[in-house]
Design a binder for this molecule. Structure first.
Ligand SMILES: [Ca+2]
Ligand SMILES: [Ca+2]
Length: 297
């Protein structure tokens, strides 16, 4: 019978630990380098308006190039799928610690947001929210399910709202604690409700482990169904798990990444993951493992 108070104590401690860890889970502004600019990441395409892409792999690169839109510069971030490229125009505001979004160029058409919206605001904290109003959406040849002709028009008085929440999700790369950042753009066009929702699940390393983009069915006014335009889930950072600095080669620089976490016990999967043998601790055996895979050329 003495075990009961003992068990109760354990439960209380565990609950306290869980509560404190969820409260402390926030993502700090990682600096511009923390957006992994120019480093390709590999995703599985789980939803796509083009059926051909479903179940296939694609590569997302934040800021492959720079692009000027409406007189300002943005990172042209690219998702390459088997059937073509989608572009996301985003800029890191190093002063305000925000990520702003100017628009998208999906294979089904283009949307420019004017002015650009704050898509992510650091530090990211569960429960945070913000909104902007008076936004214009300029659609070019945008094909939307339920609408018979491609849209080329400007939709005014759009409201942009963002909500941040805590979510534990499973993707092909593993299970991750994430902050879900949900950007909703809503307005009306010719009497129809136009609502687009962009969801980004960020892990503590500021890596999007899942992204999706849906349209709420404009024909249904009450409880409209979500029509997925795309959804991608994190598969791996690089073709080989030993290329920890994402430069396409395995060499001493990757050992340096492991060394930075030497003797650390990891309670989660980091991206990139210095615990290459996955035993939960970063030690000499991980260094040996990386060294075994040094490129021979
Ligand atoms: Ca490397
Ligand atoms: Ca290890």
């Amino acid at each position: 019978m003495k075990t009961q108070p003992f068990l109760a104590c354990i439960v209380i401690v565990l609950v306290a630990l869980c509560a404190s860890s969820s409260e402390s889970f926030e993502i700090q502004y990682p600096g511009e380098a923390g957006f992994f600019i120019g480093k390709p990441m590999i995703y599985e395409i789980t939803e796509d308006s083009n059926e051909e892409n479903k179940g296939k792999q694609g590569t997302f690169t934040f800021g492959r190039d720079r692009i000027t839109i409406d007189g300002a510069e943005y990172y042209d971030s690219v998702f390459e799928s088997p059937t073509g490229e989608s572009h996301f125009y985003m800029e890191v505001d190093a002063i305000r610690h925000t990520l702003i979004q100017k628009g998208f160029d999906l294979t089904s058409g283009k949307l420019i947001i004017d002015p650009a919206i704050v898509s992510t605001r650091y530090p990211l904290v569960p429960g945070d929210s913000w909104s902007e109003s008076g936004i214009e959406l300029k659609a070019e040849n945008l094909e939307l399910p339920g609408i018979p002709i491609p849209l080329s028009t400007t939709i005014r008085d759009i409201e942009a709202t963002t909500e941040v929440s805590l979510q534990n999700i499973e993707v092909p790369a593993g299970t991750f604690d994430t902050l879900l950042v949900e950007n909703t753009l809503s307005g009306s066009w010719l009497g129809l409700n136009m609502t687009l929702i962009q969801r980004t699940w960020l892990n503590p390393d500021n890596v999007p482990v899942k992204r999706s983009f849906v349209l709420l069915n404009p024909i249904q006014s009450d409880d409209p169904e979500e029509i997925p335009l795309y959804e991608i889930q994190f598969l791996k950072a690089t073709p080989t798990p030993y290329d920890l600095n994402w430069d396409g080669k395995v060499n001493i620089l990757d050992v340096v990444v492991v060394a930075k976490h030497f003797n650390q016990r990891l309670d989660r999967q980091m991206i990139p993951n210095p615990d290459v043998n996955g035993d939960g601790v970063v030690d000499l055996s991980d260094i040996v493992e990386v060294a075994k895979h040094f490129d021979t050329n």
